[in-house]
Design a protein around this ligand. Structure first.
Ligand code: PRP
Ligand code: URA
Length: 208
């Protein structure tokens, strides 16, 4: 059974308050989303396997550790997930990036897939699916369905703000994955997370 992790590091919580503020403009919003994603990646990769290595230091041999070479793919859900990619890549520069395009029908809130391009060895990689918002959970569930259909086995979902409804739906649909969020908010209202931060895609890209 996957776990639900809240990233309660003070820097993450402080930066989250900046992007929640309705007076924060596009530039700063984009920058801070990247900073939070970078900090979250630090925690999300905490269980990465290490192997023993001997390193010659100027003073002798250190019995040390290095990453065991597990390959990672970052998969943003378009559009808003794109805002989280650079911050994670900064920490994991050799990760590959796949893309899944999803949009929610504004009336029914049903997600629709319109694009999917993944690294060809996706089944060998640890996959970090990223999207700032987990609202009803429909987009995340469909994106993870699409990834599993194409062979992905080892998946984590990373978001900034989650709603209880979305966490429950995602846990029920994909009980094997871990969910990482910076916040669990109160509720959904007309498909939007309250208090949330508004429409993440519009705030990142300055559309409205
Ligand atoms: C937003 C957000 C998620 C989705 C979450 O995307 O970025 O992908 O809604 O909602 P859900 O959990 O109810 O599915 P949106 O459909 O607005 O598209 P965009 O990223 O292109 O703005
Ligand atoms: N998508 C967003 O961008 N914001 C929400 O509050 C819910 C879904």
């Amino acid at each position: 059974m996957g776990k639900f992790h809240i990233m309660d590091h003070p820097l993450i919580q402080h930066k989250l308050s900046i992007i929640r503020n309705k007076n924060t403009g596009t530039n700063e919003f984009r920058e801070v989303v990247n900073e939070i994603s970078n900090l979250m990646a630090f925690e999300v990769t905490r269980d990465m396997p290490l192997k023993d290595v001997d390193i010659e230091t100027p003073m002798g041999t250190a019995h040390a550790k290095e990453l065991a070479g597990k390959k990672v793919a970052i998969v943003p859900i378009l559009r808003a997930g794109i805002g989280m990619v650079d911050g994670i890549l900064h920490l994991l520069p050799s990760a590959r990036v796949g893309h899944i395009g999803m949009f929610r029908d504004e009336d029914t809130l049903e997600p629709h897939e319109y694009f999917c391009k993944l690294p060809s060895d996706i089944s060998d990689r640890e996959v970090l699916v990223v999207d700032p918002m987990l609202a009803t959970g429909g987009s995340a569930i469909m994106a993870i369905d699409a990834l599993k259909k194409r062979g992905a086995k080892n998946i984590k979902f990373v978001c900034l703000v989650s709603a209880p409804e979305g966490v429950k739906a995602l846990e029920e649909a994909h009980p094997d994955i871990d969910i990482y969020a910076a916040a669990l908010d109160d509720k959904l209202e007309n498909g939007y997370i309250v208090p949330g931060l508004g429409d993440a895609g519009d705030r990142l890209f300055g559309t409205k």
